[in-house]
Structures are given as C-alpha cells and as structure tokens.
Design a protein around this ligand. Structure first.
Ligand code: UDP
Length: 457
C-alpha cells in the first residue's frame, strides 16, 4: 500500500443509510456532513428510488442499493408496499457492499458504525451478521415514537375499537395527547400489514444508540420516556439543519424567484403555505384553500407540487378561471420553494403547514407561528404539540376546510391579537432553540459526545 492508501485505511468510516423520502434524506445528509466535518469518511448507501443528488456532495461516497423500485411510486398510498419491499430487496446488496468495504479499507476507511433511518429496519440484521455496531437516526419527533408505542400497546391489550365518545379523553401517561391525536385511529380495525410495519419501525434491535433531530428542551418529557424504554444512549443534536447549515438536500429543483418577490413584501405579512413532499390534497381542498387565501387579503406564497393534487394534470387547469389574474402580485404559486430560506425571510409571518417534523423545526427555529393542517402519521402528534404544548400555532381540522374557516383562521394568525400572542411565544422558543446549537448548548455538547462515542468503536 502506498502512503495515501495507508492513511485512507486508517481513517474511520461511517456508513449512513437513509430511506427514500425527502423528510428522511435531508436529516441523514445533514448528519453525514457534521460527521464528515469531525474527520470521518462518509459512505451513503441509498435506494435507487428517490436517490439523493451525489453531485451536490462530492465529499461523500454514494453507493446505490438495487431496490427493484427505481420506477416506483413514492406516494403515501404506496408506502405500505414500498417500505417492506425496500427492506427485503436491499438486504443482499447492502451486505455485499459492506463485505467489499471491509475487505478494502484503503478505499473507504475502517467502518466504525452504521447509522440508519428507522424505516430501513433490515439494517440491524445485516450488521449483526458482520458484527458491526448500528445507531438509529430518528428523523421524526420523539413524541411520535412514544405515541406509536402507546398505540401498539392499546392494540395488544385489545383496547380497540375505541368508542367515538372516548376520542377526546387524554391518553394514559401521555397527557399532551388525546386518543384522537394518536397516529392511527383506534376506532376501526387496523390492517395487519400496517401493524407489522409499526412493530418493526419501533424496534431498535441490537442498535447501541439513538440519534434524535430534536433538543432536550423541546421534547424533554418524550425523551425521558425514550431513555427509559430503549435503555441506550440518546443523542439529541437538533435542529440538524442549523447544526449543518448551507447544505443542499432538495430532491426537487427549488424555485428561488420567490425570494426576490418576498423582498418586496412588508415584514411578517406573508403566509407561506406548504404541505411537504408527500401529502396529496383533493381538488375540493385546492379550490377552498385558493379562495380562503384570496379572501384573507394577506400576501401568500403557496407551494403546489406537481403530484400534490389528486388526479390533476396542472394547477393552472384546476384553479378557478381568472383566479391567478385576480390574485395578481399579492400571491405566488411555486412547485418547490427553498423552504428554509423562505421561513428565515423577514416578510414571512405565518406558515400553513402539514406539520412534518422538518417543517415544524424549520418554522419554530425561525420564530414563525403556524396554522396546522395535519394529514397522517406523525403530523397529528406534532400538530398537537404545536397547538397545545408549545402553543405556537392554530389547528384547522379536515372537516373545517371551507373557504370561510380558512380565511378567518389566516386572519386570526396574521392580524388578530391571538396571532400576536402565538408569534411572541414562538419568538421566545426560537431564542431557546438557538442556544442549543451554539457553543456549549445541549445539541452542540451532544454532537461532541456522539463523536466520541462513535470514535470509541
Ligand atoms: N421543502 C422544501 N421546499 C418545499 C417544500 C418542502 O425544501 O417547497 C422541504 C422542507 O424544508 C423540509 C422537507 O421538505 O425539510 C419536508 O419534510 P417534512 O418532514 O416537513 O415533511 P414530509 O415531506 O416528510 O412530509
């Protein structure tokens, strides 16, 4: 071996395995970038479905896993098919890669551990076989993990189906949540494949630690539960996008033209509207949202993804005739926005959100209050925390999605007294959160401990 090969072989390598969804790829790449800055060499083993853009990260090695899903449909309806198939199909290619990497440390460095997304649950079995340690990255909130475990417990105790009358009762031991807020309804039979999937994503196998994209202050109570339940070290190093800022992680192309439009708007006047990367709305919701936004008289920036309207070919076609002309320069509709930059812009005063965990963190850390329109999974739990624990947002229920309720909720947030109180609270939270990722803050210290932990393998 020449000198360079010897140095490479002595380098420590971390293998990271994201799942193929925007909200999961982003935190994994952010974590990779932080570990790279600490001196580890980085290998990203990703599925062929929704691959990250390797050209934006020349410092990492990207190795694609043959998943047989590359032309698949990563929509919500298809998740129950995609996730188990991915876990089955990626197992052999992943093991083959690891064996090759272990045989050739001069190419990648010595593998010290594998960090994986909770949806890629096959990883622990492969790693056990090769005697490599694994660490789980939770890309959603810890409160969500607690809520799924509570849900599974009720299932196991044959607590279901729950009478409708009990839906507003508090969940035992999780006072923040009502039964209604649990990730899945307890009022009907749950399909067996969904139950099996939830069982798998809540197990951590032989993993030696959990990393959370959160902070000690934000999720103090859920973290206490997590530590007791899993009995492994938990490293809280969020918000990851602030710990690893300026990293390009978007799978879609960002329309940056909206930033110059924001520059022309008054401070705190614009409502930013986005339902993340997976949620789909029907045409009725699209029309009611369009009129609610128009009638509110507030400027708005609205993200409507190509695939986010059920059965649609184009947004221009689905909006009422003359709508875009009537809105004029008061509103902008884009297919994908540079969201972190948008939320940090002084003109943005509110966020109409589906309450995905990344969006929630990105909003709070910029001091932007929210209107919560959760749809499924972790979004209901996050929305409950936003509106009733941190009290930095208003909720709009799926039955309330009429233009009148949308208009009045927007005005409540953007111009009325209630909105001012929410804004003040979220600005206080922003300051608290900022302390966590500064020198000596809890996330900063936790990253240091994580680096020492990984180096000790
Ligand atoms: N996002 C973006 N531009 C958009 C909409 C979303 O960059 O127009 C990003 C957003 O900043 C966040 C991610 O996509 O980091 C969405 O993740 P989240 O957990 O909020 O929701 P999911 O898409 O997983 O439902």
């Amino acid at each position: 071996m020449n000198q360079m090969a010897v140095e490479e072989a002595e380098k420590r390598c971390v293998v990271l395995v994201p799942s193929p969804f925007q909200g999961h790829i982003t935190p994994m790449l952010q974590l990779a970038s932080m570990l790279h800055a600490k001196g580890f060499s980085i290998v990203i083993n990703h599925s062929e479905l929704n691959p990250p853009d390797s050209s934006k990260h020349p410092e990492f090695t990207f190795l694609p896993l043959k998943d047989g899903l590359s032309n698949g449909d990563p929509s919500l309806l298809n998740l129950l098919n995609i996730i188990p198939a991915m876990n089955k199909n990626c197992r052999v290619p992943f093991q083959d890669y690891l064996v090759q990497m272990m045989e050739k440390p001069e190419l990648y460095g010595q593998i010290c551990c594998i960090i994986y997304d909770h949806l890629m649950y096959f990883i622990t079995e492969v790693a056990d076989h090769l005697e490599l340690p694994t660490i789980l990255l939770r890309s959603s909130s810890c409160a969500y993990m607690e809520a799924i475990c509570a849900f599974l417990q009720f299932q196991a105790e044959k607590f279901t189906p729950l009478p409708e009358a009990k839906l507003l009762d508090p969940v035992p031991k999780i006072p923040a949540l009502r039964f209604k807020d649990l990730p899945f309804a307890l009022t009907s039979e749950i399909p067996e494949p969904l139950l099996q999937l939830l069982e798998k994503v809540t197990k951590i196998g032989s993993s030696v630690a959990i990393i959370g994209n959160t902070t000690e202050n934000l999720e103090n109570r859920a973290l206490l539960w997590l530590r007791q339940h899993y009995q492994v070290p938990i490293f809280t190093i969020g918000p990851l996008h602030k710990m690893a800022s300026s990293l390009q992680t978007s799978l879609a192309e960002e329309d940056a033209s909206c930033i110059s439009w924001l520059d022309t708007q008054a401070t705190n006047s614009v409502l930013y509207v986005s339902l993340g990367s997976i949620v789909v709305m029907d045409k009725k919701e699209l029309i009611e949202t369009a009129w609610g936004l128009f009638n509110s008289n507030q400027p708005f920036l609205w993200v409507v993804r190509q695939s986010s309207i059920d059965g649609s070919t184009s947004i221009e076609h689905d909006l009422p005739d003359g709508y875009l002309e009537a809105v004029g320069d008061r509103g902008r509709i884009v297919k994908w926005a540079p969201q972190k930059e948008v939320l940090a812009h002084r003109a943005v005063g509110g966020f109409w959100s589906h309450c995905g965990w990344n969006s929630t963190l990105e909003s709070i850390v910029e001091g932007v209050p929210m209107i919560c329109r959760p749809c499924f999974g972790d979004q209901n739990v996050n929305a409950r925390y936003i509106t009733h624990v941190w009290k930095v947002g208003l909720q709009i229920g799926s039955d309330d999605l009429t233009r009148c309720v949308i208009e009045s909720t927007i005005r409540k947030l953007m111009v009325e007294e209630e909105g001012k109180e929410l804004r003040q609270r979220v600005v206080d939270m922003k300051q608290e959160l900022q302390m966590s990722f500064q020198d000596g803050g809890s996330s900063h210290n936790s990253l240091k401990s994580l680096t020492e932990f990984i180096s000790s393998f």
